[in-house]
Each structure stands twice: as C-alpha cells, then as structure tokens.
Design a protein around this ligand. Sequence first.
Ligand code: NDP
Length: 248
Amino acid sequence: MDKQRVALVTGGMGGLGEAICIKLAALGHTVATTYSPGNTKAQEWVAAMKARGYAFHAYACDVADWNSSVECVQKIGAELGPVDVLVNNAGITRDMTFKKMDRVNWDAVLHTNLDSVFNVSKQVCDGMVDRGWGRIINISSVNGQKGAFGQTNYSAAKAGMHGFTKALSLEVARKGVTVNTISPGYIGTKMVMAIPKEVLDSKIIPQIPMGRLGKPEEVAGLVAYLASEEAAFVTGANIAINGGQHMQ
Ligand code: NDP
C-alpha cells in the first residue's frame, strides 16, 4: 500500500476529474479539488460525494488566474498540508475553425488549459522538490498529439502541456518528482456527450478501433498508476489512452 498523500485535482467536479478524485480517495489519499468561482453547484457536489462516502475538500479557484491559484494552494497547504500529487485536469473547449477564431476564444482556452498548468504547478513544485517526492500529472488530449479540425486553440494548448511536461521533468528528475502527460482520446464525459449524437456516431466512434468511447475510470486508473510509488521511473512520458485511435 502506498503512503497516503495529499492530492489536488483541478476541475475535479467534471466528468474525468470526479473519477480521478474517487480513485485517488479509494487509494487512501486526501483529495482536494478546485471548482470555478462561479460554480453554484459545487457544495451540492461535495454533499453528494459525502453521501457516497467520499470526503473531498473543495476550493474555489480560477486556475486561469495566477492570484487565484496562489491563494487556493496556500489555503490547501494550511488546511490539508502540502500537495504531493497534482493532477492538472481543468480544461475547456471553444471550438471553431481558424477563420472564425477570435482573440477571446483563443485566450480563454490557452489561459484555462495551458497557463493553468504553470499557475498551479508553480505553487507545488518547489515543495515537492524540497521533500524529495512529488507527482505532476497533466491531462492533455489526443487532439494535442494529432491536431483536430476546429481546435487550433485547444490543440495548441494541449500540445503545449506536453512541452511543459518534458522540460519540467528534466529539471526535477533527480529530486524524486515525476512529471507526465496523459493524452486521453474521446471519453464519455459531458464534454464529449455535448457533441451531437449523429456526429459521435458518424464521425468520432468510427475513428476509434475499439468502437467505443473510453470510460472516465480507465483514465483515473492511469492517473492512479502515475501517482503511485511504482511509477517512480516514469517521467516526461506522454501516455495515450485512446482505444487505438492514434498511435505515435
Ligand atoms: P468537464 O467539462 O466535465 O470538466 C472540466 C472541469 O474543468 C470542470 O470541473 C470545470 O470546473 C473545470 N474548469 C474549467 N475552467 C476552469 C477554471 N478556469 N478554473 C477552475 N476550474 C475550471 O471536462 P472533462 O472531465 O471531460 O475533461 C477534463 C480534462 O480532460 C480537460 O482538460 C479536457 O480537455 C481533458 N480531456 C477530456 C477528454 C474527454 O473525452 N472528455 C478527452 C481528452 C482530454 P467548473 O465546472 O467548476 O467550471
């Protein structure tokens, strides 16, 4: 059994994030999650999870914003202790062709999906290095690996996450801290279920050799592995979990 750690999952109330929180809690870790300051359902989610036996610690934080990230991680440190496992999972899409892409939708996706990785990792990385143990796990996307029509913003941000992973993993490799990227394909969360069914059935599922969407629990299992003691020699990796949709 691994040592119990403090894990922070950004966007832990979303489709993938919830499964990741549940998996890490099941392994005995203390789990903190962030939610957007405007999210009025956050306390409802915490109560529903409590009813299912999970005592998650939820913190309002706009991960796209530096000051909000500083305050949030300071609060977590004071209340739960230093973060040992960080899962940079919060993300959004604002899809449109490059012809229609405007500055607002470019910035929103880059700030939320990529700047957030800097904003939150920066708060925890030095402490991990000082303590000689840490795990930073960045949730990217298959579309950061292969590109996707209508996603110049999202593909750029998600590819950027892995550049960050590779560079930071080199800097902390001798300090017991690993940094890895997970690149999920299409997983059956609300982000994907928002795609019209006819598009899913005619365009997306046929691209997946397994003929189905992935399950959030399958991604959570990979996060749990990367967060474990056993994964100590895995760093700077970009692990695909996509049903065979894209192979590098
Ligand atoms: P959801 O939309 O279900 O969840 C996204 C989460 O991000 C929400 O909890 C949301 O919190 C949070 N979030 C968004 N913006 C901010 C912000 N500014 N500050 C703090 N939190 C924020 O998406 P998924 O669970 O499907 O996706 C999770 C991650 O996995 C994303 O990074 C996504 O790009 C990636 N991914 C998903 C795939 C899929 O098939 N679902 C495939 C590949 C990658 P709130 O609701 O409070 O705003």
